[in-house]
Write a protein of this length. Structure first.
Length: 355
């Protein structure tokens, strides 16, 4: 069956439908990872986005239950150049096509993803629509929609839940977390309680945490302004670590600003440099906003990492409090594990406070 990807600038790509038999719209972005399509599709940071995979063959190792990063995808579509006809992997449980049908997410294959990526790089992220029938006139109107500002509320947990162990007590504020963060904390025997994005500081303090972790999540950090006073109160009492959206909210809570990027960082091969040592790490990233460097002037924040390709801020540390954040994903999954040591730094901060 034919399917069309229509961009708001009038560009139309025709291809073959797979996944759910529905029409949809969203912000069209691209991911440069060579693997990890299942983790990407189930990453809540892609809420309301149509994901374009630049790697030419997607679906070749199928879908497995142990590779999901959330309960269900919140992206609105998937664009690939070639959909694998057959999945070959000992963990494979179903095809990508069947999985997207099950999760009600439409896909399109046969697209010139190289051309599409170049358009996005030149013009910035664009709104788009996946259509089963192409209107005779002005199809780009179907790509027009009013962006929502409630992505975090839609992907965050609505209830407290534990990821228990016998070690340090960590409260993880869920702005759209990836399960891989929980797995990294579990490796370090952390006794984790996950709480909703809008949990008051008083309720978190009742859990007697040893530390606070602010998770990743979708959308514009300015839409989550209610979290800023909570973060300010918690950072003054407990060691704190922020990841991706958590990094941006930590920055805004301390007086910095975030700005929308032209086409963002989405992939598993982004090099970052540690400012203090000059060491370089390859990282997994997924964000469309970044902290503006000049906004750090006059704050208590110090930049710790920068992205080598475009010099954007990739890490922050508070001058006087045991609190830090990174824009990239030290949990990787998928991607390089160069930065997993940051979880150990968080553990050290918590242990130092206890002693």
């Amino acid at each position: 069956m034919k399917r069309y990807l229509v961009l708001e600038d009038g560009t139309v790509f025709s291809g073959t439908a797979f996944g759910a038999n529905i029409e949809t719209s969203g912000e069209v972005v691209f991911n440069t990872g060579m693997s990890g399509y299942q983790e990407t599709i189930t990453d809540s940071s892609y809420c309301d986005q149509i994901i374009t995979f630049t790697y030419p063959l997607i679906g070749n190792y199928g879908i497995s239950a142990d590779a999901v990063e959330s309960v269900a995808p919140s992206c609105t579509g998937v664009v690939v150049h070639e959909l694998a006809r057959r999945a070959s992997n000992w963990r494979n449980e179903m095809s990508l096509d069947d999985y997207l049908r099950e999760q009600n997410v439409p896909g399109i294959s046969g697209v010139d993803t190289r051309k599409l990526t170049r358009i996005i790089r030149e013009h910035g992220v664009l709104r788009g629509a996946l259509l089963n029938e192409l209107p005779a006139q002005t199809p780009e109107k179907r790509a027009q929609y009013t962006p929502r500002h409630d992505q975090i509320a839609r992907v965050s947990t609505q209830n407290f839940y534990p990821s228990p162990s016998s070690g340090l007590r960590v409260v993880l504020i869920d702005f759209g977390l990836k399960y891989s963060i929980l797995r990294e904390l579990a490796k370090r025997n952390c006794n984790v309680t996950v709480v909703p994005h809008d949990t008051p500081a008083s309720k978190i303090e009742e859990l007697h945490p040893d530390g606070i972790l602010l998770s990743n999540g979708p959308g514009n950090p300015e839409d989550e302004a209610g979290a800023l006073p909570v973060i300010r109160e918690l950072q003054s009492k407990y060691p704190l670590m922020g990841i991706c959206m958590g990094h941006q909210l930590f920055a805004l809570a301390n007086g910095a600003r975030a700005g929308k990027m032209r086409f963002g960082h989405r992939g598993f091969n982004h090099p970052v440099r540690e400012i203090a040592t000059g060491k370089t790490f390859f990282t997994s990233q997924n964000h469309g906003y970044a902290i503006e460097a000049d906004s750090l002037v006059g704050t208590e924040l110090i930049a710790t990492y920068t992205e080598i390709n475009d010099d954007t801020i990739e890490g922050l540390r508070h001058r006087s409090l045991p609190a830090f954040s990174v824009q990239f994903h030290p949990d990787a999954t998928p991607g390089p594990h160069d930065a997993a040591f940051l979880f150990d730094e968080f553990i050290t901060l918590m242990n130092d406070r206890k002693h």
